[in-house]
Design a protein around this ligand. Structure first.
Ligand code: ADP
Length: 325
């Protein structure tokens, strides 16, 4: 193996050791707020609360049983939209659905319910990462047991993004060593890419995300140049106020209505290296990178899960992600 390979592996090992000696708790900022939603809330109202607070997910609390019952994410809203598509005559009923109906909606449209994973905040961060990769969860709640009541409490939620940011900020020494081009290490997806054009409807793009099980679709023009990217979280403002019929409007319209603080789209080239991707993550709110050539034409996509998977598992004997710890 070349010097470059050796250094790359040394960098990866350094990051893995770091993840083993830090806990999920270490990732949390000194002070933070956690918005928890009551499971009895109308789905329609939950949309407004997320939008008003500038968040895209929240833990759900069953106040009758005083128990944490799961995480609300954009996937849940996409399920509601699929339900609406399959049962268009039930729009009045859809309006009356509560968050507690989300599991029934999953059943009605025939999707596998997501595994309800959580981690203890004081367990090694490495464990949270492995669990994320195994279950494909993009965020997991940190659940602790309250000393006095003996009940589960949700301390916070950690995301792939926060973990990669934490690595980027605290491990420059090791991320600097990752000098192999992304294409050469097979980071990301380059073959069968799901794409859309500005004139496709929001609904078309949602169906693509469901079909490919992905969280973003690049929007390209006739020449394959990347114009924008439509994300699963963009669905939330689209159905604000229960406006499901507006899903037939174009993605072009939807992205033009984005909030002012939209973090923007990040791209890189096939010859870029993980060291510079970590620099971007250190400085910005990156949720994926679109790989383009010199003419801005689409080549591939690198998701946060692709990065996390490479950082944790590349070169490990058991890189199947089936097993834990
Ligand atoms: P994440 O789990 O980080 O949110 P995604 O769910 O979007 O990422 O991606 C899951 C996998 O699908 C990744 O390996 C990624 O490279 C790939 N992928 C992401 N977007 C697309 C797309 N538009 N077309 C094809 N594959 C994609």
């Amino acid at each position: 193996t070349s010097l470059l390979d050796k250094e790359q592996m040394q960098g990866l090992r350094g990051i893995r050791e770091f993840l083993k000696v830090r806990t999920s708790y270490d990732v949390l900022p000194l002070s933070f707020r956690l918005i928890v939603l009551d499971n009895d809330l109308l789905i329609k109202k939950s949309l407004n609360i997320l939008i008003q607070n500038g968040i895209v997910s929240a833990p759900l609390w069953d106040s009758r049983n005083s128990a944490f019952v799961g995480l609300l994410t954009s996937t849940d809203y996409i399920n509601v939209i699929q339900y609406y598509c399959q049962f268009p005559d039930e729009i009045d009923q859809v309006d009356q659905f509560r968050l507690s109906s989300l599991r029934d909606i999953e059943r009605a449209i025939g999707v596998e319910p997501l595994e309800n994973v959580s981690v203890h905040p004081m367990r090694p961060l490495y464990e949270a990462c492995r669990r994320m990769l195994r279950t494909r969860a993009r965020r997991i709640p940190l659940v602790d047991i309250d000393d006095e009541t003996g009940r589960e409490t949700v301390v916070s939620v950690i995301t792939q993004y926060r973990i990669l940011k934490f690595i980027a900020v605290n491990n420059e020494k090791y991320t600097m060593m990752l000098k192999k081009p992304v294409r050469e290490i097979g980071l990301g997806t380059y073959g069968d890419l799901a794409t859309a054009t500005m004139n496709d409807s929001v609904l078309d793009v949602i169906h693509l995300m469901v079909k490919y099980n992905i969280s973003a679709v690049p929007i390209i023009d006739k020449e394959n140049k990347v114009l924008n990217v439509f994300e699963a979280v963009d669905v939330i403002p689209c159905i604000k106020g229960g406006a499901y019929d507006e899903l037939s409007s174009t993605v072009g319209d939807a992205v033009s209505r984005r909030a002012d603080d939209f973090p923007g789209m990040y791209s890189c080239g096939e010859d870029d290296r993980l060291d510079s991707i970590f620099d971007t993550i250190r400085k910005s709110r990156v949720h994926r990178l679109i790989v383009v050539d010199d003419d801005q034409c689409l080549k591939g996509i690198i998701s946060l899960s692709d990065i996390l998977k490479y950082v944790l598992l590349f070169g490990e004997e058991d890189d199947t992600i089936q097993t834990e710890n």
